[in-house]
Design a protein around this ligand. Sequence first.
Ligand code: NOJ
Ligand code: CA
Length: 556
Amino acid sequence: MLKQPPWWQSAVVYQIYPWSFQDSNGDGIGDIPGIISRLDYLNDGTPSSLGIDAIWLSPIYPSPMVDFGYDVADYCDVDPRFGTLSDFDCLVKEAARRGIRIIMDLVLNHTSDRHPWFRSARASRTSPERDWYFWADGKGLWRRPSNWNARFGGSSWTWDPASHQYYLHSFLPSQPDLNWGNPALKAKMLEVVQFWIDRGVQGFRLDAINWIGKDIRWVNNPRRYGWRGYTRQQHLHDRDQPLAHQVMRDLRTAVSCYPDVVLIGEASADTPGGPASFYGTSSDELHMVFDFRLLKSPWRADCFRELMTDGDRAVPPDDWPTIVFSNHDQSRHIDRYGSGGDVDRRARAAAVLLFTLRGTPFLYYGEELGMRNGRLRYRDLRDPYTKRFWPFRVGRDPARTPMQWDGSPQAGFTTGLPWLPISQTFPTVNVEQSADDPSSLFHLYQRLIQLRRSTPALLHGTYIPCKCDHDDVVVFLRRDGQGNGSGRHILVAVNFSERPAVCSVSGIDNEGTLLLSTHDRHEQRMPWRTGQLDLRPDEAVVVQMQAEPVQLFSKR
Ligand code: NOJ
Ligand code: CA
């Protein structure tokens, strides 16, 4: 009997930013009852819905919201802005009725400074929670314990006048870092994991994992001359310590009796050994780790060709990759990839990659509609990071504008004043319009999700990069080692240029059946022209090969 792959390997995960999905009570802020009211859009069991399998919910915990929920004040409750624990229970139940699982966001590296643990820790040097955070004396009268700088700007050390020591924070001063070297803290956090598992959660997205663990000798980080901001020093001592891996192993052990619970890590791209090091040396850490390489890449064939292959190879043979182009921390990929080209056509080609590369696709609310970054004025901004670097960086608020449901004044998101302005595109880019237009990006996402679900090679097949004689075209195969007959080999080709491209793919000269194109093609046996692949500008195709390709280039 073949072992059934775990659910999350075949799943499509949809990230909801709770502030922005659907408001139910007119306060302009999205909430859990709002999400419940929109579940049918995500999956109602019929082909007319999007068809996703799981929701990753960005933090919904009580929080002062300085970092919009990534500053947690209580890990075992729901912020009143979003609803109550019983609303959450209802969400889990209603989602399950539709075959949708819930993945919680778990912020491990830090809490809010309003968390009772930190309040107690700062209240007295002898408090039992004091050691749950990092405290240190200054070097001399005015010098901080080390030169470490914080991810969101400024020093990582803030003076606490009450207890006369500095505390450490890798992000905002209101996000003190937790000391995972303290066994009581670790035990408490494992209770948090259990609390949500008991409520029916089937996974956790673990925030900023490579910041867990510091060199507590407070050694200065070396300077990097010529670099500015966070990268102006080499972060040798304030992150990427072995303890982070130990914590991941402990979490994995803690969930090992729940075979359906998945752990997904977020680590920064420049962590030594790469984020993939968090799969562990023997698959003993996380089930999946985000790979942001493609997300950070320009829309260029040479970059994608290399990064897709690198990304696939970086994942240990028994582990499973993630595919992600957008999230709440980045400018939306439609704007990034689309810059300097045909935005809509590139978004369609990117969608093909998202659902045909090997790994679990993560999509970010609204990307299926082609939602663009909101064009915001300084006074509209809410996120401290976006404000700090405005207007030199796009920042994060533009990608967090409310979901565009219809063409009504607040896009169907709220009856009140939205917490961030609705993006200007909403009259034409919205769910209602997309559903009515068979050529919409939404329909392409739907078709790709269905195609992926019904094609074993796309779900579980190996990834085989192919050589092709056109610089602007990227071609790969997905091969289902277990199946037989047709459908075992799926070829995907993407033309990254704005010109038509005719090319040969070495090792492949047999024809295929066109399963999907981003363009309006009626022919079935295209896009082959006398042994050559014939692609239109910015076109991506998915082709089922009729016969075993002559040669497979790199077997894993
Ligand atoms: C990564 C999260 O995705 C981001 O939104 C947050 O600000 C930082 N971690 C700090 O928690
Ligand atoms: Ca609300």
